[in-house]
Each structure stands twice: as C-alpha cells, then as structure tokens.
Write a protein that binds this ligand. Structure first.
Ligand SMILES: Cc1cc2nc3c(=O)[nH]c(=O)nc-3n(C[C@H](O)[C@H](O)[C@H](O)COP(=O)(O)OP(=O)(O)OC[C@H]3O[C@@H](n4cnc5c(N)ncnc54)[C@H](O)[C@@H]3O)c2cc1C
Ligand SMILES: *[C@@H]1O[C@H](CO)[C@@H](O)[C@H](O)[C@H]1NC(C)=O
Ligand SMILES: *[C@@H]1O[C@H](CO)[C@@H](O)[C@H](O)[C@H]1NC(C)=O
Ligand SMILES: *[C@@H]1O[C@H](CO)[C@@H](O)[C@H](O)[C@H]1NC(C)=O
Ligand SMILES: *[C@@H]1O[C@H](CO)[C@@H](O)[C@H](O)[C@H]1NC(C)=O
Length: 646
C-alpha cells in the first residue's frame, strides 16, 4: 500500500538541526514533511549547553523565555591544576563569557528538553507534517528540470508505519491532523499495528539533518573527511555528592591522573567529561558500567571527594574532527548539522552549530519557495556555513590538543595550562561563541570596498565608517531602545523576529537638527515612492496578506520630548494590520526611566553623526550599510537578488 505526496521541503531527521529548519517553515507557512526514524527523541544525554547566540535565535522564535527559565546559567569558569607539592589547586576564576556581547550567556539544559520546546512551535502549525518511525529507502533526482525551481525534481520513497485508528494521542510524533489514519486507505491487514507502508514523496528541496551517519550524505556519494584521534572521553550526567568548592561553576582540572571538565546543569545535575585510558574505554564499552568512568573522576579530583548520588546517563566516545567539503547538491539537497561536520563535544558546539546551520538556511529556502528571492541565493548557504564548520574544527583540534596532551601521561606539560589552551578558552569566550560569526561578501552581503576594476561596475557597497562597531556580515548586536510614542523600552533584537522579513533601520541621528530631519524626510519620500522598486517589492506580498517583506524603522538620537510623533514621515507610522496606527516603528536612543542601558546604542554601534541606513537579513545579519542619500544603492542591491512576481 503506498500513498503519494508532494511537498515543498522534505526534512530528514528531527534532531536540533532538523527542528530548527522546521521552526522556520512553521513561521513562514511552507508545506513541509519532517521525518525521523526514531519513534521519539531521547530524553537524556548528548548535548546540554546553549551559547548566547543560540539563545538569541531561540528568542527570535519566541522560545527563549522557557529555555532561559529552565536552564542553569554558567557564569564563571575555573581552572585547576597540580600544585608543586601534589594536590590539585585552583589556578584561576574568570567570567565564562565576555560581558556585554549578548543579553544572554551560556546556559545548560538537556538536548531533549530543548528539542521539546522547538517541537511545540513546529507542531502548532498545520503546514508541517511530522512522521516518526519513518525513513527514506530510495532517492531519485530528475536532473532534466533541476534548474527550474518551480518543479519537484526529487523523488523519495519512505518506509513508514501504518497509522491505526486506535493509536493513543500520546503515541507521540504522529500527530498530523492533515494525514488522518481513517481516510479509507487502510488495507485489510491482519496486523495493523505492525504494518508498514510505502510513501512516495515528491519534493522541491530536501534537507539532510540525519546526523553523523547521514543516509542522505551517503546517497549523494559524499564523505566526511578528516582524522579521528585515539583519545577517549567518558561522559556522565550525575547528581554529585562532593566537597569540591567550585562544583557549581564550569571547571577544568588538569592533573597527573588525567583531565576533566564539569559543567553545572539544571537542577542538581552536573555534566562530566573525563579523559580515559584506552583500557578503561574498552572496559566501559564491554560492561557499560558508569562506575568505571566515575573511578577515574574520583582519582583526578583527589584530595576532594566526589561520589554520584544518581547517574542519569553515561557514554564513552572517541574524539574525531571530520567535515564534508560539499554541503549543497545543485541547490536542491542540503546537508546540515552533524551530517556535515562532527567534532569532539569538548569544543561543545555541536548543537549550537547544527542549529545555526539551519537557522542560516531556513529563511533562504522559504523565500525562494515563496518566490521573493532568486534561487541562486541558495549558493550562499555553503559559502557562509562551510567556513564556520572549518573554523570550528580547527578550534576543536586546538582544544583537544591542549586537553588531551597526554600521548604519554608523564609529559611535563601534564597538569598545567599551556598558553595555547588558555588562548583557546579565551577564543571560545568571544569569537567561537557564535556571536562573532561574520559572513564574507556574497549575493546577500555587500562588500565594503568600492570595486570599479571588475568587468562590470557594482554600483552599491557598504560604508563601514558610518557604523564603525557593527560589521557588515555579522549579526547586529542588541541594546535597549525606547518607543518614541510612549517611552516603553525594549531590546533592539526583540523587534527582529524570525518571520522571514528583512528590516531596514534608518539611523536618523539628531533629527531636532532641521537639515538632518530633511535628509531623513528625503529618504522616507524615496522609500514611499510608488514607482520605486523598493515600494513595489515591499507591497507585492503584503497584498497577498503575507508578512511585510521589509519593515522600515526610524531609530534617532534626538531628545524624544523635542520630537512630535505625528511630525515624522508616514512610513514610520504606518497603518497597523489590526487597524489604527502601528506605533512600533519609531524608536529613540534615550535613557530609560527605570533601568540602565538606554541611550548607549549610537555610541556603542559607532553611528556617525550624519546617521546611516542599515539593512538586516531575516537572520539579523547586516547586509548593507550606507548613507541616508544612497537610496539608489539600496534599490540596486535589493533588486539583485529579489523578484517581484511570485
Ligand atoms: C555523547 C555525546 C555528547 C555530546 N555532547 C555535546 C555537547 O556537550 N555539546 C554539544 O554541542 N554537542 C554535543 N554533542 C553533539 C550533539 O548531540 C550533536 O552535535 C547534535 O545533536 C547534532 O544535531 P543534528 O540535528 O545535526 O543531528 P542529530 O541530533 O544526530 O539528529 C539526527 C536525527 O536524524 C534521525 N535520523 C538519522 N538517520 C535517519 C534516517 N535515515 N532517516 C530518518 N531519520 C534519521 C535521528 O533519529 C536523529 O533524530 C554530543 C553528542 C554525543 C553523542
Ligand atoms: C554551545 O557552545 C557552548 C560554548 O562554546 C558550549 O559550552 C556548549 O556546550 C554548546 N552547546 C551545545 C548544546 O553543544
Ligand atoms: C541552577 O543551579 C543553582 C545552583 O548552582 C541552583 O540553585 C538553581 O536552582 C539551578 N537553577 C535551575 C533552573 O536549575
Ligand atoms: C572571558 O572574557 C573576559 C572578559 O574579556 C575575561 O576577563 C575572562 O578571563 C575570559 N575568560 C576566559 C576563560 O578566557
Ligand atoms: C545639523 O546637521 C547637518 C547635517 O548633518 C550638520 O552639517 C550640521 O553641523 C548640524 N548642525 C548642528 C548645529 O549640529
């Protein structure tokens, strides 16, 4: 028995990467099928940490509040090592992340719980069909129409369990109202519960989020490349009974008995990573006894005592850094997450980077499927994410080298912190945290160099001096801002929800100054001009009742009481779709009455007194910075990758 379905996007794998992609589809309404071979996701184990950028991303879907409340926040990091006369001693205490980089900081919460929270959003929309216990069995690509992005060139056969009408509602996952089980398709099978059926899927795009052993990657003939080192690490989630003073901080111990790292988790839990000699790793793999790992931990922690009251989860793994050099197949099939890069959990970024991969790709796919962006922008996925994965692997190699510098346990380096390890930790602190990821110039990120040498002249480029501290290609930072109309405060990031919309911020500067206000008015006139490409693009989708493809904000630095809201150009006080005026588009960088943090944005971003305009992609990365007069540059840039008729 087989049924046939046609979808815009098929996502294989409902781990962190697949779920993040599905979250975008939930927001944008793209018809999606999400499959996973497991009946349910794991509740314990695996990744447990979230870096600040991942929290910012979850927040843009409205999901961070829950995560932040349930998670434990890792504020400090301590380093411990052998002292001259024997027992381990504390070497340093430091903040775990750079202050001011993000309004969130590193936190820990089990991967299963994080997946639950994203899944709730995905399940709340009926454009996404989720099928568990389902895996692909074949892949066919029709190359004859692959360039025509209106076609469905990918055909996959799925092996899926038959739905039965007596399945209880909490037989989770198979909760897809659109594919009800009693649609008359049931064969007269004697064993309905264990029957399997085939489903034929035709898809425009396929996303391989099927983990390190990716089936899809193998089908495409792609391989993970790189070495695997013979370092073995034991991992434990325990409730510890201990007299160690830093047990609720993140800490690393390097001793003559080996190295370990612990991270405080939600509730009373801690996550332990400990280096294991090969013999112990082998023993664990045979006996699966967490006691083996625990004894190694006890030896390293001496003279402090550490016992496990409760062991929730344990595993042993081998460190390996591997990467797939190609993550896109004709811009139709994409790989993301562990399917295209693996590394040791030491750099602890698997889930972060996996979610950030599909956070990068999701809106691009949705925009191409909905016809507002040209298909060639899909090239930017590999251009942007492959370098991130490469950098992660290099970073991981350094961390591993530093933490596993024990080819010989007698090595004199053992038990102390090398400069390289320290530097690697500092790097994790800043750039590796995902906040500093910067995409190089491409179709969606303008160059900051005016290049007139090429075969043709590109007539737009970014003027970085107008906003010196926010770089083109990076995600915009966030500061407290106030509403012009009522002085309520909000964080800048809270405005830029992940809905697929672009955001244009007009930094008007001191608009009490008449000539400055005149410049803002001129730009507003151009933006509202009915014949302009900008206006036509902005309204093309709006008329179909969709989201606004670009939202325009004014963020000025004049004293808000000297400005009358109704004197502002109309584009900054548009009609609300609920009727009346949308008051949320005029903002000011002034001090807030109740809480520090307001009135610092212009200085912190390095906004030039002349002001500027800044165009943000749907993922909050900055794609264009230019002067208020450069409306032409903006139009030309936009028209290079968007389309009007969808
Ligand atoms: C022991 C351990 C500890 C870890 N600790 C950390 C940590 O501290 N920090 C960190 O950042 N990361 C850690 N990780 C890594 C982290 O779990 C992964 O990086 C992350 O889960 C990757 O997400 P993903 O969505 O790419 O893949 P996965 O989470 O592997 O998800 C893949 C999904 O695809 C499904 N699937 C696979 N094949 C098929 C198929 N053929 N058909 C249908 N479905 C399929 C699977 O069932 C699964 O649900 C750890 C991993 C392990 C194993
Ligand atoms: C994300 O990155 C942070 C900081 O690098 C790390 O400590 C944490 O474990 C990572 N989170 C996950 C889920 O891997
Ligand atoms: C986080 O850990 C602290 C102890 O360090 C504990 O008091 C707190 O309850 C924990 N918070 C959560 C949300 O688990
Ligand atoms: C992280 O950054 C802060 C501020 O720059 C610094 O004080 C701290 O030592 C750093 N932590 C580590 C582990 O490098
Ligand atoms: C007003 O703005 C113009 C244009 O930006 C600038 O040249 C001039 O110096 C400003 N005047 C004052 C008084 O700040």
């Amino acid at each position: 028995m087989s049924d046939k379905i046609q979808v815009d996007l098929l996502i294989v794998g409902a781990g962190p990467a697949g779920l993040m992609a599905a979250a975008w589809m939930a927001q944008t309404g793209v018809k999606t099928l999400l499959i996973d071979e497991q009946s349910d996701h794991r509740t314990n184990g695996r990744a447990d940490g979230l870096e600040s950028r991942t929290l910012e991303i979850l927040d843009s879907f409205g999901l961070a509040d829950k995560v932040w409340a349930e998670a434990n926040h890792t504020v400090e990091i301590c380093l411990w090592c052998d002292s001259v006369d024997g027992p381990i001693r504390r070497d340093s205490i430091a903040p775990n992340s750079k202050a001011g980089w993000s309004r969130f900081y590193e936190s820990t919460l089990g991967q299963g719980r994080i997946e639950d929270i994203v899944l709730e959003l995905v399940q709340s929309r009926d454009n996404i069909d989720i099928r568990r216990e389902t895996k692909p069995t074949s892949l066919d690509i029709d190359y004859s129409c692959i360039e025509d992005h209106s076609t469905y060139p990918i055909r996959m056969a799925l092996d899926t369990p038959l739905r039965t009408s007596y399945e209880s509602p909490h037989d989770s996952g198979i909760s897809t109202p659109s594919t009800s089980s009693d649609d008359g398709m049931q064969p007269h099978n004697s064993d309905l519960r264990h029957g399997r059926s085939g489903t034929e899927v035709e898809a425009k795009y396929v996303l391989g989020c099927d983990g390190a052993h990716s089936w899809l990657r193998k089908q495409l003939g792609l391989k993970l490349e790189g070495q695997s080192f013979d370092h073995y690490w034991g991992v434990l989630d325990i409730v510890p009974i201990t007299n160690f003073p830093d047990i609720r901080k993140r800490f690393i111990v390097k001793s003559k008995f080996g190295n370990l790292m612990m991270i405080p988790r939600e509730g009373q839990l801690v996550r332990v990573y400990v280096q294991l000699p090969l013999t112990m790793a082998d023993q664990y793999n045979m006996e699966k006894d967490p006691g083996i790992i625990l004894r190694q931990v006890e030896a390293i922690m001496k003279p402090y005592s550490l016992k496990a009251k409760n062991t929730i989860w344990s595993t042993v793994y081998r460190v390996g850094q591997r990467i797939c050099p190609k993550i896109s197949h004709h811009n139709r099939i994409f790989l993301a997450g562990d399917a295209c890069h693996t590394h040791s959990p030491k750099a602890g970024q698997g889930m972060n980077v996996s979610m950030q991969d599909t956070y990068n790709l999701g809106w691009k796919l949705a925009s191409v499927i909905q016809g507002s962006l040209t298909p060639n922008i899909l090239d930017t996925y590999q251009q942007e994410r492959l370098p991130v994965a490469e950098r992660l692997l290099q970073f991981d190699r350094r961390i591993c080298h530093a933490m596993c510098s024990t080819r010989d346990l007698q090595s004199s380096l053992q038990g102390t912190f090398g400069e390289d390890h320290r530097r690697a930790l500092e790097e994790e602190n800043s750039s590796a945290s995902g906040l500093a990821v910067s995409y190089s110039p491409n179709l969606l990120v303008t160059s900051t160099i005016c290049n007139t040498d090429g075969p043709y002249e590109i007539s737009y480029f970014s003027k970085q001096y107008l906003a010196e501290n926010i770089r083109v290609g990076t995600r915009i930072p966030s500061k407290l801002v106030l509403q012009q109309i009522d002085s309520q405060s909000c964080h800048l990031h809270e405005l830029f929800r992940s809905t697929g919309q672009w955001n244009l911020i007009i930094f008007g500067g001191d608009i009490v100054n008449k000539s400055q206000m005149a410049r803002v008015r001129n730009l507003a006139d151009s933006l509202s001009c009915k014949e302009s490409y900008f206006h036509r693009f902005k309204t093309a989708r709006e008329m179909k009742g969709d989201i606004e493809p670009i939202v325009v904000y004014l963020l000025h630095s004049a004293c808000r009481n000297s400005i009358d809201f109704f004197d502002l150009p109309e584009i900054f006080r548009p009609e609300s779709k609920y009727g009346g005026i949308n008051f949320g588009r005029a903002l000011v960088d002034n001090e807030f009455y109740h809480q520090p943090g307001g009135g610092e944005l212009y200085k912190s971003f390095g906004i030039h007194p002349e002001g500027c305009m800044v165009l943000l992609r749907p993922d909050q990365h900055i794609s264009f910075i230019s002067e208020l007069e450069d409306f032409n540059g903006l139009e030309m840039f936009l028209s290079s990758f968007t389309q009007l008729d969808c």
